[in-house]
Structure formats: structure tokens, C-alpha cells
Design a protein around this ligand. Structure first.
Ligand SMILES: NC(=O)c1ccc[n+]([C@@H]2O[C@H](COP(=O)([O-])OP(=O)(O)OC[C@H]3O[C@@H](n4cnc5c(N)ncnc54)[C@H](OP(=O)(O)O)[C@@H]3O)[C@@H](O)[C@H]2O)c1
Length: 300
């Protein structure tokens, strides 16, 4: 397959590149796929003409993996128009192009499509009800994709993504604890962290799976995160425990930490669908956090 991956500089895009490169090195590429990784400089998803120009000037793809997004949740409140272009209109255009090229589309979405008010873990069929601009634009992207591609596409909703790359909760906590002796972290928002390398591995397994490769498959949504349910406070505590940092962490409420965008209180997602359909093994969040932090240490 000739595979286009957007977001070559983002956490997930970089994690996919790293896994593909590692698989190639050990001769583990089951099929001879050709990967093309693009960033904003090659394909600007906020611009309809840039998207048309890119696909008009390149050979056809068999699969598009869309990891790019406007991901700044607070900034999206002020810039919903731009977020909508990238998270919704670009996805719609990619779906239309994928249809024309008879390509598959694998698109990444978010737990923030939910309002977080459910008392139980969200399944893929639960009704979304975003409570912030980022969530609204991501949901519009999902809906546009499903309307244009009732077949041959797949959406993965993930949550609390972190990695050894760029800014994320883990790197922010490590930076803050070097600058301050005491930190306050919210303890009443619950979810599941996702190590981007694990999600990258799952994506690469899925695209090799017969159930994905067979033509004419109905478009489906799948949830994916690491196993385990925690608050941001518990996440921070574990980061400091692994790093052996004696930083005081105060447990605070969302009310004590106001942000421009509202956050859903509970976005734990059920993952049995992705496990059963694609036989994906999911690691516990503590195990994956340890792996990521070991890699971060080696980089220092
Ligand atoms: N981060 C999370 O906690 C989280 C949680 C749930 C779901 N997700 C979803 O998971 C996916 C991957 O997230 P991530 O954390 O890997 O994202 P990320 O690290 O923030 O990277 C986002 C990427 O999108 C690119 N991008 C932004 N605007 C663009 C534009 N106009 N044209 C082309 N590229 C553009 C950025 O390019 P530049 O490098 O040039 O800025 C960046 O590389 C996204 O769909 C996101 O919505 C993320």
C-alpha cells in the first residue's frame, strides 16, 4: 500500500514514523508498504486549495492516516473557525479525495466528543455531546467523514495522548517540577492516558488486518487508550514516583483551576470493540508510562 500519514511533526505522527522505521530495520514489515509522512509545510489542512494542490500533484494513495489536528483545547475557544477548518472541513475534503482515489481513510478523533457526565465508561455508540470548541470541531469532522464515507474508513477515538515528543502532560509535569517545589493538579477529571507509541503500534496492526484490508467494510468508530482509569492528579503522582522527584502535589478541583475551555469530568472509554475485532493487546497505563519515561531519560 502507498500510505500517506499527516502530522509528521506531531506526537502520533512521529510515533508512527518511529515504529515504521524500527519495523523496517528488523525486517518486520509484513507487506511492502510505502509511507509518505507530511507536515503542515507540505499539506496545510487549514487551506482547501493547499489540500487540492497536494493531491492534484501527487500519485494516488491506498490509505490516508490523518493524525493532524488543531489540538490546543483552550486556544480553540478563541479560534474555533480555524480549528473547524482543520478538524472538520479538512477531514471532509480528505474523505472526498479518498473516495475519488478509492483510498481508505483512518482518522484520529478524541474522547472530548463526550460531555463526561456519564457514570459509566463510554462505548463507541454512546451519544457524543461536546462541551468545548475543540470537541465540537472534532465531532463535526467525524460526522462529515461518516456521511461521505459510509464504507472504507475507520475512526479511532483516543484520550490523554502523551509521548517522548513535544509538549504533553508528562513533559509539562517534568518541566514544572524542576521550576517549582509544589504543584496543584486536578483530581476530579478522570480518564485513561494513551502512550502515542502504543497507539501507533495498534494503528500499524489494524492496517495489516484482514478486517481492515477487505474492500467494502462499513466505516466504524473504535476507542483506544491504555488500560486503567485515573485522574490527572494520579497521573502526575506516578510521573514523579517514577522520576523519584520529591515535588509536593496538591489535589485540587476543576473549579479551583479554571481554564478557557471546559473539560469533561469522566471520559473513560470501553475498548473491547478494538480488542475483539482486531485482536489488539492493550498495555496498562503504568507500564507504558514507565516505557516512555525510560526513553525520555535516555534522551537526556
Ligand atoms: N493530544 C491529546 O491529548 C489528544 C487526546 C485525544 C485525541 N487526540 C487526537 O489525536 C491526534 C494526534 O494528536 P497529537 O497529540 O499527536 O497532536 P499534536 O502533537 O498536537 O500534533 C498535531 C499536529 O497537527 C499538525 N497541524 C496543525 N495544524 C495543521 C495544519 N493547518 N495543516 C497541517 N498540519 C497541521 C501540527 O503541525 P505543526 O507541527 O506544524 O504544528 C502537528 O504536527 C489528533 O487527531 C488529536 O485530535 C489527541
Amino acid at each position: 500500500m502507498r500510505i500517506l500519514v499527516t502530522s509528521k511533526n506531531g506526537q502520533l505522527g512521529r510515533s508512527i514514523q518511529k515504529t515504521v522505521n524500527a519495523d523496517t530495520k528488523i525486517g518486520n514489515n509484513q507487506t511492502p508498504n510505502e509511507y509518505i509522512f507530511v507536515g503542515r509545510e507540505d499539506l496545510d489542512l487549514s487551506s482547501e486549495s493547499s489540500i487540492s494542490h497536494y493531491f492534484g500533484n501527487n500519485d494516488k494513495f491506498d490509505l490516508i492516516i490523518n493524525c493532524a489536528a488543531f489540538t490546543q483545547v483552550d486556544k480553540a475557544e478563541q479560534e474555533e473557525g480555524l480549528a473547524d477548518k482543520i478538524n472538520h472541513l479538512a477531514v471532509k475534503q480528505l474523505a472526498s479525495i479518498a473516495n475519488k482515489q478509492q483510498a481508505r481513510l483512518l482518522h484520529i478523533s478524541t474522547d472530548y466528543v463526550f460531555d463526561g457526565e456519564s457514570g459509566k465508561p463510554y462505548s463507541e455508540t454512546d451519544t457524543p455531546n461536546p462541551i468545548n470548541a475543540y470537541g465540537r470541531t472534532k465531532l463535526s469532522g467525524e460526522k462529515a467523514l461518516q456521511a461521505l464515507m459510509p464504507m472504507n474508513a475507520l475512526i479511532i477515538r483516543t484520550s490523554w495522548l502523551y509521548s517522548e515528543y513535544s509538549n504533553n502532560f508528562v513533559s509539562t509535569m517534568l518541566r514544572l517540577c524542576r521550576e517549582q517545589d509544589e504543584l496543584s493538579v486536578v483530581n476530579d477529571q478522570v480518564g485513561s492516558p494513551t502512550y502515542a507509541a502504543d497507539l501507533a503500534g495498534a494503528i500499524l496492526e489494524i492496517i495489516e488486518h484482514k478486517k481492515f484490508r477487505d474492500v467494502g467494510q462499513t466505516t466504524q468508530i473504535y476507542n483506544y487508550s491504555n488500560e486503567g482509569e485515573i485522574s490527572w492528579y494520579e497521573f502526575a503522582k506516578e510521573i514523579f514516583k517514577i522520576e523519584k522527584i520529591a515535588c509536593e502535589i496538591n489535589s485540587i478541583t476543576t473549579q479551583q483551576y479554571p481554564t478557557p475551555a471546559k473539560r469533561p469530568r469522566n471520559t473513560i472509554m470501553k475498548k473491547d470493540k478494538i480488542v475483539n475485532v482486531f485482536n489488539i493487546k492493550i498495555s496498562n497505563w503504568k507500564f507504558s508510562l514507565n516505557t516512555c519515561m525510560t526513553i525520555l531519560k535516555q534522551k537526556q
